[in-house]
Design a protein around this ligand. Structure first.
Ligand SMILES: Cc1cc2nc3c(=O)[nH]c(=O)nc-3n(C[C@H](O)[C@H](O)[C@H](O)COP(=O)(O)O)c2cc1C
Length: 369
């Protein structure tokens, strides 16, 4: 049996203020550059493969200040040596020619460590505020798919031509091309039918909100079946808010505190905004279509993944996600630097042990001589 590659780990870059939970609870996480450099360095030392920046133009849920994602990603890459940083980009404000050129240059400057997350937009108020058109839900994915096909074409072909509804290229050759081969990795966010279908056709990675193993399995099976029909392979990343403590009781108490101290007004405002996104997809499978008030306190349903408990419990649940086809865990923490270090010391070694034990168990018996 072919060996499955090791699970990958990413963390959310806190390049917006307010941390990863919409709560008044103390968060020793900071959105400054200095804090983020120390965090990125700690993360690469503690086994993280990727860091994901966020793109926000205005506050949607109390994240009052936001640093821009591409420039912030580049600045983190300048201070690290191994970590790959995924810059988030919104079609609309970004045009594919500029994004492809900008990311190819960063790829060159950082010896191949940039990646991109093409997000489709969920917050109409933000688009209105910056004077951008707001196509309806599924149409946003038509545009994103054209965006992805354009940047991938520009990065891999000479004399690239494309005649889409939103973007057109005529005999365009980008030089120099990115140094990563076959190309810069393209991630995408979203859970709706339109998001999944786009993933099954063009994206290298599909990111989804937190959920139970059973629900994640349904999504993985669905996307992989469709991708197979399209002769495409897509890897899957799942969001999780990790609360690891020495005892399960302590971890659960932290979760309860976060929820008890939720910023009710901001969570409700966020809930209203997501109705423009998740619930707006007609089949009702969008990112936040089934989110409760408690789920929305972590803005990508990260509690639902239930990586909350002791290091051993969390490691076992992480491998259970791998066993249903997940390739990457995207993690958020309350106190990022200290918890990333705790993760590297106490959780990751257990994950690797369980993964290796499974490989040995599944390996074919030696042939009789
Ligand atoms: C892991 C992840 C990261 C995302 N990052 C951003 C972001 O930085 N900025 C943004 O505007 N939307 C972001 N999104 C939102 C998605 O691009 C998409 O608009 C949203 O999930 C709604 O998708 P759906 O209704 O199609 O399921 C992210 C989504 C996920 C799952």
């Amino acid at each position: 049996m072919a060996q499955r590659s090791e699970l990958k780990f990413a963390y959310w870059v806190p390049n917006v203020s307010g941390g990863l939970v919409v709560s008044q609870i103390e968060q020793r996480t900071d959105w400054s550059y200095d804090y983020n450099v120390r965090l990125a360095q700690a993360a690469e030392k503690n086994g993280f493969d990727y860091a994901l920046t966020q793109i926000r133009f205005t506050a949607g849920y109390g994240a009052e200040n936001q640093h821009e994602s591409v420039s912030f990603s580049h600045a983190l890459l300048a201070k690290t040596t191994k970590l790959k940083v995924i810059a988030a980009i919104l079609p609309g404000p970004w045009k594919p020619a500029l994004a492809a050129k900008q990311l190819a240059t960063i790829d060159y400057l950082t010896e191949g460590r940039i990646a991109v997350n093409v997000v489709s937009g969920w917050f109409k108020g933000e688009f209105d505020a910056i004077g951008e058109e707001w196509p309806e839900h599924d149409e946003r994915y038509v545009r994103s798919e054209e965006f992805i096909r354009s940047i991938q074409g520009i990065w891999t072909q000479d004399h690239f031509s494309f005649d889409g509804k939103y973007y057109q290229f005529k005999d365009y050759t980008l030089k120099p091309k990115p140094i990563q081969k076959p190309s810069i990795e393209v991630f995408q966010g979203g859970s709706s039918r339109a998001a999944r279908d786009m993933a099954s056709r063009v994206s290298d990675w599909y990111f989804t909100n937190g959920n139970t193993v059973e629900e994640i399995k349904k999504q993985v099976d669905d996307i992989r079946a469709k991708a197979k029909e399209n002769n495409h392979h897509v890897k899957i990343g799942v969001n999780a808010f990790i609360i690891a403590r020495d005892t399960e009781q302590e971890a659960k108490a932290v979760l309860q505190d976060i929820i008890d101290q939720a910023n009710v007004e901001a969570v409700n405002a966020f809930g209203d905004a997501t109705r423009e996104a998740g619930a707006a997809s007609k089949e009702g499978e969008g990112n936040w279509a089934k989110s409760s008030f408690e789920d929305l306190v972590q803005y990508n349903d990260g509690f639902k993944t239930n990586l909350i408990g002791t290091p051993q419990q969390i490691a076992e649940r992480i491998v259970a996600l791998k066993n249903v086809g997940v390739d990457l865990i995207l993690s958020g923490f309350l106190h990022f630097i200290e918890e990333v270090e705790y993760f590297g010391q106490h959780i990751l070694p257990r994950v690797r042990e369980i993964e290796q034990a499974a490989e040995i168990k599944d390996a074919p018996a030696p042939a009789d001589v």
